[in-house]
Design a protein around this ligand. Structure first.
Ligand SMILES: Cc1cc2nc3c(=O)[nH]c(=O)nc-3n(C[C@H](O)[C@H](O)[C@H](O)COP(=O)(O)OP(=O)(O)OC[C@H]3O[C@@H](n4cnc5c(N)ncnc54)[C@H](O)[C@@H]3O)c2cc1C
Length: 402
């Protein structure tokens, strides 16, 4: 939508072909319905979030970065505000309305949107774009330029089913193997049903691969019917996906009291047991844990729920402390790519001009967004990359139309 709108604003005739009933369905469910649009972070740090491929985005960010995105959104009626972690959200505009507003801007810019129109082929003549063909139709739509912005391959109900990879591969582009990134993890434990729906805030989760600590994140996570998700789990998932691929053993350890080291936590537990000598262990745990976790703790520690605080032995206190600092389980895998927040892999960046987003193989073919081999952490980075590359692709395509 950004690419189409920009090309039209530069006076060109633009047709946006959308496979679904509306463009921007995925945008409408981002950020848990709140749309984490971008992040108020310095450009160098922003680029780092994309790993080694980040530098490809430099020219796009150079012409359209956080401030430009915020002014643009504000100009179309979407004011923004900064929240925790420098995340930028619309101020009072839910994600589905952000998507509708953007679509209206696209139409107002002069773009014709044709929905229910899945592109099935990009037509080339003598190494130059000729147009596209729609699925189930022999009609050729002639075009001087094509911008491919078909997204990744996660959440297929939003229309992102990986078509762009096939379309580009068919005309000679190399595709870096699409993989789930930012994906929930499956854990192997009998007590999952007891804690399904539980959210833990301010905890530290560490991933151990083949018994070696591989990564650690502090923040929020949740349990689901199949395992774990939430911001810190999604961030850790990248490393887990790699480890699963290589059949490594993976453990997830949660420190439920990261603000206290072992000595401080021991003192805190001693104080609680002394302060409440007649209170049952079960009730003392209420001061330490969310209620959903108590049955799990009791079951794992095998300390009788009714045992009064004064009778908890030094050994039992030590077990509790170790449990609170290392509540762990085996990671048995990750959810399928359909459920990933983002797809890593995609159009090989070696074959795309970063200053224009034009293909190095086929003239007048451009790329934008997640279809490219770029992906970052949660925090608004992925949407900014989609908007920035879309902006650059739209402007570049409009300049070559003559
Ligand atoms: C649940 C969820 C939450 C997210 N939350 C955030 C967040 O808060 N912040 C953030 O930065 N990122 C978030 N992301 C990631 C972000 O949504 C994507 O990176 C971004 O939408 C990519 O934009 P895009 O335009 O490249 O692709 P998409 O948004 O996937 O759009 C691609 C479009 O192309 C259409 N299309 C596909 N194939 C064809 C075809 N053959 N013919 C015609 N049309 C076609 C699709 O129907 C779709 O409309 C989230 C992702 C998910 C799944």
């Amino acid at each position: 939508m950004m690419a189409a709108g920009q090309a039209a604003l530069h006076g060109k005739s633009v047709l946006l072909l959308e496979k679904m009933q509306h463009p921007g369905l995925k945008l409408g469910i981002t950020g848990k319905g709140r749309c984490n649009l971008t992040n108020q972070t310095e450009i160098e740090d922003f680029l780092r979030r994309f790993g080694k491929n980040g530098r490809f985005l430099k020219p796009a960010f150079h012409i359209f970065f956080v401030d430009q995105l915020r002014s643009f959104l504000s100009s179309i009626g979407i004011p923004t505000k900064i929240e925790r972690g420098n995340r930028i959200f619309p101020d009072g505009v839910p994600a589905p309305r952000v998507s509708r507003t953007l679509k209206n801007w696209v139409i107002d810019s002069g773009v014709i949107i044709k929905t229910h129109s899945p592109v099935s082929k990009i037509l080339i003549n003598n190494g130059k774009i000729e147009g596209v063909k729609l699925a189930g139709s022999e009609t050729v739509i002639h075009a001087n330029n094509v911008i491919l912005a078909t997204g990744g391959t996660s959440y297929p109900r939003t229309g992102s089913t990986g078509d762009g990879y096939l379309l580009a591969a068919e005309i000679g582009h190399r595709i870096i193997d699409p993989q789930p990134s930012l994906v929930p993890l499956e854990i192997d434990t009998p007590f999952l049903a007891k804690i399904d729906g539980l959210t833990l805030k301010n905890v530290t989760a560490s991933v151990w691969i083949n018994s070696k600590k591989a990564a650690r994140e502090f923040g929020e996570m949740s349990f689901t019917e199949f395992g774990v998700t939430g911001p810190i789990i999604l961030t850790l998932s990248k490393i887990v996906v790699e480890a699963v691929k290589h059949n490594k053993s993976i453990q997830l350890s949660i420190d439920l009291k990261p603000a206290l080291d072992h000595r401080q936590l021991d003192r805190r537990l001693l104080r609680d047991f002394h302060q409440f000598p007649n209170m049952s262990f079960h009730n003392i745990l209420k001061k330490l844990l969310p209620s959903q976790l108590i049955p799990v703790c009791l079951q794992q520690l095998k300390i009788p729920a009714q045992k009064p605080g004064s009778q908890i032995t030094g050994e039992e206190r030590k077990h509790l402390r170790l449990w609170l600092k290392d509540f762990h389980f085996t990671v048995s895998g990750h959810r399928p790519i359909d459920e990933a927040i983002i797809t890593s892999g995609g159009i090989d960046l070696q074959e795309v001009h970063s200053k224009t987003m034009e293909s190095r193989i086929i003239k007048n073919l451009y790329f934008a967004g997640e279809v490219l081999d770029i992906d970052a952490d949660t925090g608004g980075y992925n949407l900014q990359a989609a908007f920035s590359t879309g902006f650059l692709a739209g402007i570049s395509a409009s300049q070559t139309l003559n």
